[in-house]
Design a protein around this ligand. Structure first.
Ligand code: 13P
Ligand code: SF4
Length: 332
C-alpha cells in the first residue's frame, strides 16, 4: 500500500477511493469473496444490504463461534472493532478485515483498560468476567469473557462462594445479578443505544397495540427491562419472535435486527421501541459506519486490517476460550 493510501486510511478509517459507478457492488463483493476465499461475518445491527451478503449473521456469541471454526483465509467482519478483534484473537493466523476501523463501541469506550486494571486491584480475591463488548486489552485482563447469550449461565457455572467483578456493562451486570441472586461488583459502563429508550413512548405503544409482546436486550436500563415480556440477546429475541404466537412485537434494541425478524416472520409486525429523542427507532452510529461501498473496498484492497500485539492475543485467548468451552458444554 502506498504512503498516501496508508495516511488516508489512518485519518478516515477506511479505504476512500472513487468507485466506478457502473460496478455492481453486490456481484463484485461476491466475486472477490470467492476469489480470496473470504467469509463475511455480519452482526444483526448491520444494514439490511450487508446482512443479505453475509455468509453468517448472528449475535456476538454466534459470530465468535464462527470466527473460531472458519476455514476461510480472510474474515471480513461486518460489525464493530471489538468484534473484529475477537475474531483476530480466535483466528490469529487469518487476515481479519473491518470495513471501517472507526466503527467503535460506546460501551467498550466506557471502560479504559488502564482504569479497569486499577479497579481490579481493589478486589484481589475476585474473578473477572468481562462482557465481550470491550477491547482486546480488557479481555486480556479478564478470567472469563461472556456475551448476552451466556452471561447468566457463565456466572451460574461458578461456585457460589466465588467473588466476581463484572464489566463493563452495568445494565447487563444488574440483570445477571437479579437472575442469579449473586452479588457482583460492577463496572459503571453502558451502551449509548440501549440507554435512551423512552418508557413513556413504549407505554403509549403498548396501549395502542395491547396484544403486542415487548422484547428487550439486557443492555437496556432496569426500568425498561422490568416491563419486558422477554429479555435476551439479539439471537434470543429473534428466536422468541419465531416461537411466540403473538403477531406484533415492540423491539427494544438496535433497529438492524428487525430485518431478520421480518424475513423470518413475514406475516408479523415489528415496531422498533422509540428512544428519548425525535427519532422513531434506535440506530448504533458505530455499526452504521459500515456501508456496502466500504465492504467492497475493504475486500478489494484487503484493508483496513485488524492487527494486535502477540502478547495481547495470547492473554486474551484464554478467557474467550473459557467462554466457548462453557457455552459448548451447556449447548449454547
Ligand atoms: P448481542 O448480539 O450479542 O446480543 O449483542 C448486542 C450488542 O450490543 C452488540 O454490540
Ligand atoms: Fe456498542 Fe451499543 Fe453499538 Fe452494541 S449497540 S456496538 S454495545 S454502542
Amino acid at each position: 500500500m502506498s504512503i498516501t493510501f496508508q495516511k488516508d486510511l489512518e485519518a478516515k478509517g477506511f479505504i476512500d477511493v472513487p468507485i466506478d459507478p457502473t460496478v455492481d457492488l453486490v456481484q463484485e463483493i461476491k466475486r472477490l469473496k470467492h476469489e480470496k476465499n473470504a467469509v463475511i461475518l455480519a452482526h444483526y445491527y448491520q444494514d439490511a444490504e450487508i446482512q443479505d451478503l453475509a455468509d453468517y449473521i448472528g449475535d456476538s456469541l454466534g459470530l465468535s463461534q464462527q470466527a473460531a471454526k472458519t476455514d476461510a483465509d480472510v474474515i471480513v467482519f461486518a460489525g464493530v472493532h471489538f468484534m473484529a478483534e475477537t475474531a483476530k484473537i480466535l483466528s490469529p493466523t487469518k487476515k481479519v478485515l473491518l470495513p471501517d476501523l472507526k466503527a467503535g463501541c460506546s460501551l467498550s469506550d466506557s471502560c479504559p483498560p488502564h482504569l479497569f486494571a486499577k479497579f481490579k486491584e481493589l478486589y484481589p480475591d475476585h474473578l473477572v468476567i468481562t462482557y465481550v463488548n470491550c477491547t482486546a486489552e480488557l479481555k486480556a485482563l479478564s478470567d472469563i469473557v461472556c456475551t448476552s447469550s451466556n452471561a447468566v449461565e457463565i456466572v451460574e457455572s461458578l461456585p457460589l462462594e466465588q467473588k466476581i467483578i463484572f464489566g463493563p456493562d452495568r445494565n447487563l451486570g444488574d440483570y445477571v445479578k437479579k437472575k442469579t441472586g449473586r452479588d457482583l461488583v460492577l463496572w459503571n459502563g453502558a451502551c449509548m443505544v440501549h440507554e435512551i429508550f423512552s418508557q413513556e413512548k413504549i407505554d403509549a405503544l403498548r396501549e395502542t397495540y395491547p396484544g403486542a409482546k415487548f422484547i428487550a436486550h439486557p443492555e437496556c436500563e432496569d426500568h425498561i427491562l422490568a416491563s419486558a415480556d422477554y429479555i435476551g440477546s439479539t439471537s434470543g429475541m429473534l428466536k422468541y419472535t419465531i416461537e411466540n404466537e403473538s403477531n406484533t412485537f415492540i423491539v427494544a434494541t438496535e433497529s438492524g435486527i428487525l430485518h431478520q425478524m421480518q424475513k423470518a416472520n413475514p406475516g408479523k409486525t415489528f415496531i422498533p421501541a422509540p428512544p428519548n429523542n425525535a427519532c422513531a427507532c434506535n440506530d448504533c452510529p458505530h455499526m452504521k459506519l459500515n456501508t456496502l461501498e466500504k465492504l467492497y473496498t475493504c475486500l478489494k484492497y484487503e484493508s483496513p486490517e485488524i492487527t494486535l500485539p502477540e502478547d495481547v492475543i495470547n492473554r486474551a485467548q484464554r478467557p474467550i476460550a473459557r467462554m466457548l468451552e462453557i457455552s459448548e458444554k451447556l449447548g449454547l
